[in-house]
Structures are given as C-alpha cells and as structure tokens.
Design a protein around this ligand. Sequence first.
Ligand code: ASP
Length: 308
Amino acid sequence: MANVSIAIHGGAGTILKKDMTAVREMEYKSALQQALDSGYRLLSKGAGSVEVVEQTVIMLEDNHLFNAGKGSVFTAEGKHEMDASIMDGRSLKAGAVTMVANVKNPVELARKVMEESEHVFLAGIGAEEFARLKKLEFKNDKYFYDEFRYKQWMDIRGTDRFQLDHSPEEDKFGTVGAVALDQSGNVAAATSTGGMTNKKYGRVGDSPIIGAGTYANNKTCAVSCTGSGEYFIRGVVAYDVSCLMEYKGLDLNEACRVVVHDRLPQIGGDGGLIACDSRGNLALEFNTEGMYRGQQSTTKQSKVEIYK
Ligand code: ASP
C-alpha cells in the first residue's frame, strides 16, 4: 500500500491537565481516537483524501464536546453561526460556508459548494438555501443546545466581551479539523467551527477562509488551523506554511514551526495547526498549553494527545 497519513485536531488553547478530570480527559481522547481510527480505516481502504477529511470532520461535528456542528458556541443573540471549509490539494478546488445556522454538518455543505456549485464561498441564508437545494440535513435549535455552552454564554451575555473558545478563562475548546494523504498521493484539508462565544456583528474567523484556516496543495501540504482567528487571517497562516515550503524550500516540520512559533506570535496570535505533505509526513504544532489532536500514518502508530 502507498503511504497514507492523517492528522486531526479538536481545538487548541489553555488546556491544562490540572483543570481536567480523568473522565473528561477520557471522553475527549476516545472521541478523537474514534474519529482518527475511522479516517485511517477509510484511507487504508483506498478512499480519497477529500472524502476522508470530510467524514472525519463530520464525526467531530456530531460530538457535543467540540465547538463545531452540534457543540457550537452561542452568539450574542443566543444563536449558533457555523463556519466550515474544505480544500482538495490535487485540483486546488475549495469550498467554504460561513454564518450558517441549523445545518447539521457544515463541512458537508462546504464540500457541496466545492463540488456542486460554481463558487467557493457562500454565506448565511444563501448558503442555507443552497443546503436545502442539495437536500442536506437540518436540525432544530434544540439539537445544538449544550448546557455548558449555554453557561459560557450566560457569563458574558449582554457585555461587549466575546470569548475565543480557547482563551484562558475557558476550559472548553473545540474548533475541529483534519488533513490527510491518500493512496494516490493527494492531500486535502477541512476545518469546522462555531467560532467565538457571544460573537456579534457577523464576526467571521479564519476557519472558513481558504488560505487562513484551511489550505491544501499537492505540491506542498494540507493544513487546518485553530486559534485566535483574527491573527490567523492576518497571518494567512495555512497558506504561509505552504509558501515557506514552495518558495523557500523548507520541509513540512520546519515550515510549521516557523509559522506557529515565530511568525504567528510576532503579531500576537495563539493557537496551532495540523499539516501533512504528499510524502506522508505529519506536523502538529501549537503555541498554546495544549491542543486536542491525533495522528496516524503508514510509518507512525496511532497517537492521540492533549497536552504539550
Ligand atoms: N479559529 C476559530 C475562530 O477564530 C476559533 C478556534 O479555533 O477555536 O473562529
């Protein structure tokens, strides 16, 4: 079998062992492990990388532990506005959606945009209309209700504060993403998020922005990011990793290290990313206390980790 590889993340942030109960830690680890196993199984069976990152992110979106899909945080208006994107490294095609409500799996919608529309990026009610046209599943508000998320929102509701899901006051994190290399040598990346608690004014982060939160190119790598979205947009982080490889000849690990530990902190950004290249190398870098993450490849045993 040709080399395959996969990495996933469930958000980066101030994740400290001392703040975590054993039960909680186990819940996160088993959710990550299940998604990782299922993604790797698909790759082993010969599935394409686009299919694999989509299906893996769907599993994470369906888990209330993560701030994406079902577990999305509350906006200032008490709603859920979700963002997602996906990119195919072989064709450089991409699809993204932002500010969508009630769509069960925003990443599935992003893939539909990529493959069944002439566009790359759809927003709000227009994106929802497209989802209906494509017969995607919708869920009512109750499905997206999570007690913990609601409390997070109640704490800052009515104030001008908004909260990144990975800021120090928080202990629940969770933008999700996946990158993969398939047996044909194609890479792909996908990212999905509920954004920030109490966000308003139609705030959009990096996750649905191609080049910022997500990027894939067979020539270089596939990248999915998590962290303080505003900085990831300004740093064009996912594309920056690819550029360092393409134009400066850095290898995957060097490129990721430079971006996460030098360039991003220089502008004040915190968070992390996962990346794979077309030779099967994987990189999982973060400049925060922790990042929910997992990886497996033909040459690397399956591993799920949380802390530094
Ligand atoms: N990057 C996401 C955003 O800014 C949040 C996160 O990764 O936790 O919307």
